[in-house]
Design a protein around this ligand. Sequence first.
Ligand code: CP
Ligand code: NVA
Length: 305
Amino acid sequence: MRHFLQLEDWTSEQLHALIDLASDLKREYFAGGNAPILKGKVLAMIFQKPSLRTRVSFDVGMQHLGGSALYLGPSEIGLGKRESIADVARVLGGMVHGIMARVFAHDDVLDLAKWAGVPVINGLSDERHPCQAMADVLTIKEHFGRTHGLKLAYIGDGNNVASSLLLMCAHFGIDFSIAAPAGYTLPQKVKDIAAPLVARNEISFSEVTAPADAARGADILYTDTWISMGQEDEAAERIRDFAGYQVNAELLAQANPGAVTMHDLPAYRGKEITDEMMDGASSVVFQQAHNRLHAQKAILATLLK
Ligand code: CP
Ligand code: NVA
């Protein structure tokens, strides 16, 4: 049983194949529509947190491939509260062909996979966001025509998005530099997992505190919210700690000519990114958001077919 839970479970070759498939499915879709390769298949989508992109891309992705999706929000099933994760997984596994879950604790999505008996996809956990990283690398490849030899500067919180992005960059030969305030850099566990990939694919990985030090020589400036879902109580402290960690025109001037700006969204304009970097010539933010659809289709086609 294959799942899409965390990027270390997939080889670089397999992830390259997934991205190639995403490009093919995108081309096929715009050339008249996708073949209904998932006809009759149903994806259950469990959400413990809000979502726009993840929910819509998986639902519409299933529809384009001939299948359908079922939304199960926090009040519907009470994952781990009304019923244990193992029981939810075993019940769903007998009724649907795959499960996509957005959870708080990363172990919860691993637990679902352990019990479901059908493929499970991580639609974001507190530790990882691998589906986002798929759309990110697809966008980078489309824009630059390659991934190897590029440098990505991640400005801000060493969170779920940053963790998956480091692993994805390591798989795709993209140098990665993160600028984060003390106490907010990447978890040691993720750096340890990335280390062999970083060595094998000969990418450079660095952690700095000043955003300009990461941005220098970068082809991509990437940022995410300072306050992730579930961290709302820490908002005041985080806004204070991340002051200055903003993707703006001044920072872009430090990067390579032709550098692009990226954000997984939702964005807090005026905080981690300016309007100009979202809407101006450097932005590939909306292409990146749209690519969630095509990247998610590749995961669905591979796991559920
Ligand atoms: N980027 C992303 O996952 O967006 P949603 O939270 O809206 O799904
Ligand atoms: N780091 C953010 C990503 C949202 C898509 C969060 O976890 O809320």
